[in-house]
Design a protein around this ligand. Structure first.
Ligand SMILES: Nc1ncnc2c1ncn2[C@@H]1O[C@H](COP(=O)(O)OP(=O)(O)OP(=O)(O)O)[C@@H](O)[C@H]1O
Ligand SMILES: [Mg+2]
Length: 550
């Protein structure tokens, strides 16, 4: 069969357009009469090569099936060899559907394309279920294998088992920055010793949870004997405990977590407890845990004078970048994070940031959890146009967007207080004036003091004085507690909550440099005249206080 001229291998529609034929382009089986008429019209016009070819095209178009492409202007890679056949080189689905193949055998590729195109699209909510297990695994209170604390656990284990075996009394003070796994390690060890120590011989008390410092005796007595009557007085309780630890045949393990909370003006409670192991025939193994490296030196200087009374010291170092990364990865693995919720670089970035800042794994876990919460909330708001699988009306599962460095970085800034400076200084007045003043008051209270925390009642007292001085409206104690909880929700504060909320300890999540920045920002606000006169007056007062230490 004669090869069809290339010019003829254009689409029917295209050919007709090019030839300016006023022929209905959708019409697929035009009548021969009409075709003849068109050819006659063409013949009446001046002749040319293309005109002749066009005539042939039109003839062939009307006389027999044509090889038609639906994309006329793009060069055909594999031209249709047999213009009468639709098999082989042609793959246009439309052609398949519109014109019957000479062999009637379906081309699989074409069919699959056709099927894909036919899959209905639907606006679907992305499947965010993968976030659930990740959030649980990242929760810092969830029991997880302790990574990178082998040496510390081994030391604590040896200390306890050695003294248990020898039935010795002993005391140990464990220090370490926040979130370095002290409590988690102690819990892990107590779990290991569960079989060796009957329940009433191992007592763990979180001193933060005791209502007032002297009630710690009652908690210890209750730990030693669950039936201990609660109406007994302090002195009676102390005598009862001392009898118990000196008359017991078996050693008693007493762990006081956050032991610095028992600090009082004359440290009577701490002295008494740390001297219990020295009582004649005492069976007490005492472990005190807190953050300060020098707590025993600072709070219990008298103990240092007596070698026997001096507790052994052990320090938990901050986590390194690699340890933090290992812990985070282990948590994600534990959640079966097959979808890689976090980009690996985001985790690495966070680990190095946290390691450079006291290695608090709790903060790393918090930042990750907040990032997941945000990602989940964002994903839930989105609707994605996606194919519906197998006509069952169910959306196909699409991979979730990975949490990247940007998200993690801004949440880290928020958690560490870099955003505090922004909130305080922001010319956009994002933070209400009273909150700004409250933050500034806390800066003022903690200026020049070693401890960067204060009770809410003291904070409120200073805040009230600042407000009174320059006729700025103050707030009642209950309103102030509410204001504090708002600041807490900004991630600006670190709050150590107590049962009596006014005794809760608050500190700003700012490091030294940031504190300085925050002060400078107040100066800038003053100069830029961004605030109303009353506010400026209040800030002036604050600056005065800051300069003159009240
Ligand atoms: N090595 C670790 N591997 C896995 N998780 C850890 C590890 N260390 C700490 N964590 C997790 O971090 C959380 C905080 O740790 P933990 O409470 O033990 O810190 P801490 O040193 O007692 O802090 P603080 O001084 O504030 O009491 C724990 O709940 C624990 O789940
Ligand atoms: Mg702890």
């Amino acid at each position: 069969m004669r090869e069809m001229p290339s010019c003829a291998r254009v689409t029917r529609q295209h050919a007709l357009q090019q030839m300016s034929l006023d022929f209905p382009v959708e019409k697929k089986t035009p009548s021969r009469m009409h075709a003849k008429k068109k050819i006659e019209e063409l013949e009446a016009e001046p002749k040319g090569i293309c005109r002749a070819e066009t005539k042939k095209t039109v003839r062939s178009f009307y006389s027999q099936p044509v090889c038609v492409s639906l994309t006329p202007r793009s060069p055909r890679k594999s031209p249709c060899k047999n213009p009468l056949s639709l098999n082989g080189s042609s793959s246009s689905p439309k052609k398949k559907r519109g014109l019957k193949s000479s062999t009637d055998e379906p081309d699989e590729n074409v069919v699959s394309i056709v099927e894909k195109r036919q899959l209905p699209l639907q606006l679907c909510k992305p499947d965010v279920s993968a976030y659930d297990s990740v959030k649980v695994a990242l929760h810092s209170s969830v029991g997880a294998p302790l990574i990178g604390r082998e040496m510390e656990i081994s030391f604590l284990h040896d200390f306890i088992s050695e003294n248990l075996r020898k039935k010795n009394s002993a005391s140990l003070y464990v220090s370490g920055p926040p979130g370095t796994g002290k409590t988690a390690s102690i819990n892990h060890i107590l779990e290991n010793f569960k079989d060796d120590l009957p329940a009433h011989k191992a007592i763990l008390i979180n001193c933060m949870a005791v209502k007032n410092v002297s009630s710690v005796y009652f908690h210890i007595a209750k730990g030693l004997d669950g039936a201990f009557p609660c109406q007994k007085g302090e002195k009676e309780t102390i005598t009862w405990i001392e009898n118990k630890i000196t008359c017991s045949r078996n050693p008693i393990l007493l762990v006081l977590d956050e032991v610095d909370q028992l600090s009082s003006r004359r440290q009577e409670i701490l002295y008494r407890i740390f001297q219990w192991p020295l009582l004649p025939s005492s069976r007490l193994i005492l472990i005190g845990v807190a953050n300060a490296l020098d707590l025993t030196d600072r709070m219990l200087p008298w103990l240092q004078g007596c070698v026997a009374a001096r507790p052994q010291l052990f320090h938990f170092k901050s986590y390194s970048k690699d340890q933090i990364l290992d812990i985070l990865r282990a948590r994600l693995d534990q959640a079966g994070d097959s979808q890689n919720v976090f980009h690996p670089l985001a985790l690495r970035f966070l680990a190095s940031k946290i390691a450079g800042r006291a290695g608090d794994i709790r903060m790393a876990l918090d930042v990750c959890r907040r990032a997941v919460n945000l990602a989940e909330a964002k994903a839930k708001e989105q609707l994605v146009l996606q194919p519906v699988s197998n006509g069952k009306g169910q959306c196909q599962k699409l991979p979730l967007k990975e949490i990247g460095i940007r998200e993690v970085s801004s949440l880290y800034d928020e958690a560490t207080g870099s955003s505090v400076a922004n909130l305080i200084s922001g010319s956009s007045h994002e933070m209400p004036l009273q909150q700004k003043l409250a933050v500034a008051t806390l800066l003022l209270i903690t200026k020049g003091t070693k401890s960067k925390e204060t009770t809410i009642s003291k904070w409120h007292e200073v805040f009230r004085r600042v407000c009174d001085k320059r006729s700025v409206e103050g707030v009642s104690p209950s309103e102030f507690v509410h204001l504090v909880s708002l600041l807490d929700s900004h991630g600006i504060l670190a709050l150590k909550k107590k049962k009596d909320v006014r005794l809760s300890l608050a500190s700003l999540r700012l490091d030294e440099g940031e504190v300085e920045n925050a002060r400078n920002h107040f100066m800038k606000l003053l100069k830029d005249d961004l605030l109303k006169p009353t506010a400026i007056a209040a800030i002036e007062t604050l600056l005065y206080y800051m300069e003159h230490d009240q």
